[in-house]
Design a protein around this ligand. Structure first.
Ligand code: OGA
Ligand code: MN
Length: 285
């Protein structure tokens, strides 16, 4: 069966058929997925019965995988994190642990890796263990959100630069700057990205927002924060949002350049384990 894309939901999501990642995909197929990620910000590959080696082979087709340096989320694999409700021994993750905090942070609309420079370009998430009623993941189409803004508004916004940092997200979650060690502060400096980006393949512009987006450079803090909140509310209106209903062994890959996403609340005792990997932009953004 050859590779095919079937649009899902409204406009920016497709499911992919004709690909079984138990055998590595070829360069042509990878190029077809790259092209498709300019048209569809989220691709869903259903029922991929793969393990770490095959997931690694998949992500490597898009560039060097992000190295997993956060030891709290480590899987033992150099390029994977676990977005999991249980640890490797099957014990629930306490809400007040660092891992618990990452899970809570994922409930906010975000763009993977926006707190880094270069940021993440693509993320791939594989459903390893799903509960009977899995929580869905929500995705927002940031090109459609941009295109829906009045022309005058677009003119006002283009050229603005936004500071992103891990600290802003953590502050929103109740931590103080004094909770961070000097070593952490030095190793994870705040970064600056444009508010409006243009996709190199599609040429479409999009809003680049995230839970790490703190304020607008050159503006009073509160004014910039209010703008970020207002645009986030705009971009996550129902007409721009797709709800991914996970099924066993689904692999989702999304383009972080023009989508935002968030997890949805999950308090069930049944474990949920999702294996995460990503590739970065090659240049600062
Ligand atoms: C992620 C993420 C959401 C979820 O993997 O980057 O935000 O529903 N996941 O697990
Ligand atoms: Mn994420």
């Amino acid at each position: 069966m050859s590779l095919a894309f079937q649009q899902e939901g409204k406009t920016f999501v497709a499911s992919v058929t004709g690909l079984d990642l138990r055998t590595p995909m070829g360069t042509q197929e990878a190029q077809a997925l790259e092209q498709a990620l300019a048209k569809y910000g989220l691709l869903i590959l259903r029922n991929q019965q793969i393990g770490d080696d095959q997931q690694q082979a998949f992500i490597e087709k898009f560039g060097p995988p992000v190295v997993a340096t956060l030891k709290e989320l480590a899987t033992g694999h150099p390029h994977f994190y676990d977005i999991a409700t249980v640890d490797s021994d099957g014990q629930p993750i306490p809400a007040d642990s660092v891992r618990g905090m990452y899970l809570l942070g994922n409930l906010l609309w975000h763009t993977d890796g926006s707190q880094n420079q270069p940021p993440i370009r693509l993320t791939a998430l594989h459903a390893r263990v799903l509960p009977p009623k899995p929580p869905r993941t929500e995705y927002a189409d940031m090109c459609a959100a941009w295109e829906a803004l009045p022309k005058q508004r677009q003119i006002e916004l283009e050229g603005l630069m936004v500071e992103h940092s891990i600290y802003w997200l953590r502050q929103k979650m109740g931590l103080n700057m004094s909770d961070f060690s000097a070593e952490t502060l030095a190793s994870r400096p705040a970064v600056v990205h444009p508010l409006v980006r243009q996709h190199p393949v599609s040429g479409r512009k999009s809003l680049y927002l995230a839970s790490h987006a703190s304020h607008v450079i050159g503006w009073p803090l509160e004014k910039g924060r209010a703008l970020i909140d207002e645009l986030t509310a705009h971009a996550t209106q129902p007409q721009f949002v797709y709800h991914l209903e996970w099924e066993a062994n689904d692999l989702a890959i999304w383009d972080d350049r023009w989508t935002m996403h968030r997890s949805t609340p999950y308090n069930d005792p049944h474990p949920r384990v999702m294996r995460w990997c990503a590739v970065r932009e090659l240049h600062n953004v």
